[in-house]
Design a protein around this ligand. Structure first.
Ligand code: SAM
Length: 310
């Protein structure tokens, strides 16, 4: 099995947020290389338990191998979407749930996975290779309007319409098959001219989010995570871009507020006040420290938000 190297982001901050204890049960919806999972199991030794999942088969293999070495008999791992965690982890059983969103370093670094514009590979971008939709299918099959909407809404790409029109034009001559082919088209339309970020950054981000329905999964995953938590249990979510962070903030805001059940106005006894389900552990997002930013540049866009079940 090839080595799976992913440096967990904000590992100390996640432990401080979830405060694992022996006997506690924890869920990790984004196992990756199991860096966070291993630290949760170590901190809850000798009797803490971990339920974990990942959509990516290679991550599951790497996580199982790593956890078996040190924590055999203390975890259950399944391949799948974290949106489905509540189907197999008992409701109210967890003291902590972690979602560390986005892609892992091995996913980004393996050219064959097609996530990166820096290396040539098939235009794939699937986290779960059992799903049929790939980035190539989207780029070659969606209309110019659909592509522009994806680039704008999921990537914030200002040139979304121009890029989408050019893709539809070019694919009539030759279908898009590789990451390089797509990156070169964008470089041609929008030369780098000393800009720090590669001009294809946003298009690649948007396609990845669309192919993996990341925002849809996140909304379902947050709801599932709250079901798993017992009273006082904590949910820690690490996001890597503003779109994800907005979903987490809105979800927290909604479940952390007092509200009145909106029954009919003329039947006041049906208009009952409802208590909040969650509370924020800290109002502000927690950011990586300077040392981590220096040592792991991939942590630079990370934000950690923590909620507690009431
Ligand atoms: C940033 S990495 C997690 C790294 C991990 N915390 C560690 O310490 O190694 C994100 C992982 O989440 C997985 N992932 C992303 N969205 C997912 C989803 N909806 N369901 C399950 N896994 C998902 C990816 O396949 C990837 O392996």
């Amino acid at each position: 099995m090839p080595e799976f190297i992913h440096k967990p982001v904000m590992a100390a901050e996640v432990l401080a947020a979830l405060q694992p204890v022996p006997g506690g049960r924890y869920a990790d919806g984004t196992l990756g290389g199991a860096g966070h999972a291993a630290s949760l199991l170590a901190a809850s030794s000798p009797t803490g338990w971990l339920s974990g999942c990942d959509r990516d088969g290679a991550a599951i293999e790497a996580a199982r191998a790593r956890l078996n070495r040190e924590f055999a008999g203390r975890f259950e791992i399944r391949r799948g979407n974290f949106a489905d965690l509540a189907d197999w982890v008992p409701a109210g059983s967890c003291a902590g749930v972690l979602l560390d969103l986005g892609v892992s370093s091995p996913q980004l670094d393996a050219a064959g996975r097609g996530f990166s514009f820096q290396q040539d590979g098939p235009l794939d971008m699937r986290m779960d290779d059992r799903q049929s939709l790939t980035a190539a299918e989207l780029v070659n099959g969606a209309s110019a309007e659909e592509l522009a909407e994806i680039f704008w809404k999921l990537g914030g790409e200002r040139e979304s319409r121009r890029f989408a029109r050019a893709m539809v034009h070019d694919r009539a001559q030759r279908q898009f098959a590789s990451t390089r082919q797509l990156a070169e088209l964008i470089e041609r339309l929008s030369p780098r001219q000393g800009r720090k970020a590669h001009p294809a950054t946003q298009v690649f981000q948007a396609l990845r989010i669309a192919v993996n329905d990341e925002i849809g999964s996140l909304k379902l995953g947050l709801a599932a995570a709250v079901k798993l938590l017992g009273p006082g249990g904590r949910l820690a979510v690490i996001t890597f871009h503003s779109l994800e962070d907005r979903v987490v903030k809105e979800f927290g805001r909604e479940l952390a507020r007092d509200y009145t059940f909106a029954g009919p106005v003329d039947v006041p006894e049906l208009r009952q006040p409802c208590a909040p389900v969650l509370k924020w552990v800290s109002r502000k997002a927690i950011l990586p420290g300077e040392q981590e930013l220096r040592e792991n540049p991939r942590s630079r866009s990370a934000q950690l938000r923590v909620l507690e079940k009431i």
